[in-house]
Design a protein around this ligand. Structure first.
Ligand code: MN
Length: 323
């Protein structure tokens, strides 16, 4: 049997992908992302696999027709599992479900969904992977996760998951993450991976420096705190949180500019604002901007010259919603 696992490169992606590898032994593993899943599906379809598992990939509606076209390239016999927890409009979900075996739920992480979907064929250690994914994605308050925290010492689970989260800040997205995923399928714990432990400690020290940097460089536009072009790469979700904290804001943004683009990570702080919905409203007033994510965590990119107006629109929306 020839199986292919396509998943995201963050901890939830890696753990849900590792569970996919355990459910389909011998499968090939590729990392992908919402902006390129259509192209990866095209490529994978040429090999006519028996099984494909896509996990933790948000549906990019701008590419929806390309995704449907790519799916149509697979032989009828290929079973395609689509497992995700990002917001997905009902019409897209219906259309996609005509070809894929859809398991979509908001609330749990993708690793929990993968575990529940394939539980009857997974080894015992896959459960820990599901819990690591849940902790990493802040999806650790579901009935499934609460129940299984009782099966271990949850403080140890947080340490192991924390090592993965931290190490991934310092890891090359494709090469080393692939080795890490394979090691996880073998049941090796993060605390037993010396390279992961070392990277996690380094990342934690860098994070503390990032915290201090944001303290002295965060700026505020209305109810939005932001930091632009930190000297260190990565740490975007974390620095967005810190920017909200240090400016006492409901929303935090960490932005990085390149030659002609700005890329932003957005987080909320003590707020129930649905960032995904907020962002999609704001983004619709820009050409060449894209983004999306979860209610509590989003990302977007836009033309560099649009960034000030983007900040202002986000601030206006937040102010309007909270007044
Ligand atoms: Mn996820």
């Amino acid at each position: 049997m020839h199986a292919v696992v396509l998943t995201h490169g963050d901890v939830d992606g890696i753990t849900s992908g590792a569970i996919g590898l355990l459910a389909f032994p011998g499968a090939d593993l590729y990392f992908t992302r919402p902006s390129q899943i259509h192209a990866d599906l095209y490529r994978v379809a040429r090999d006519r696999p028996d099984v494909v598992s896509v996990s933790d990939i948000a549906l990019n509606t701008m590419r929806f027709d390309d995704i449907i076209r790519a799916l149509s390239r697979f032989p009828r016999e290929t079973s395609i599992h689509w497992t995700d927890h990002h917001p997905m409009a009902a019409k897209y979900k219906r259309r996609l479900s005509q070809r894929v075996e859809m398991f979509h739920q908001i609330g749990p992480c993708a690793a929990e969904l993968m575990y529940r979907k394939f539980a009857d064929r997974l080894p015992e250690h896959a459960l820990r992977l599901a819990l690591y994914g849940a902790i990493a994605d802040y999806c650790d308050n579901t009935p499934f996760v609460r129940r299984h925290f009782e099966d271990f010492d949850k403080r140890t689970l947080y340490l192991e998951a924390g090592l993965l989260v931290q190490a991934l800040q310092e890891i090359d997205y494709r090469r080393e993450s692939k080795d890490l995923t394979w090691e996880l399928t073998l049941g090796i714990e993060p605390s037993s991976m010396n390279n992961i432990v070392n990277l996690a400690m380094k990342a934690t020290r860098v994070e503390h420096e990032v915290f201090r940097y944001v303290q002295s460089h965060a700026r505020k536009v209305g109810p939005v705190g932001y930091v632009l072009d930190m000297p260190v790469h990565g740490y975007r979700g974390k620095s967005a949180k810190f920017a909200a904290y240090f400016t006492d804001s409901m929303i935090g943004i960490s932005a990085r500019s390149s030659e002609d683009e700005v890329d932003v990570s957005i987080r909320r702080r003590n707020s129930k604002i649905d960032l995904n919905r907020l962002l999609s409203r704001v983004i619709s007033s820009f050409t060449n901007a894209q983004g999306g994510g979860h209610p509590a965590a989003c990302g977007a990119s836009m033309k560099r010259s649009d960034f000030p107006r983007f900040l202002q629109l986000i601030a206006d929306e937040v102010a309007a919603q909270s007044s």
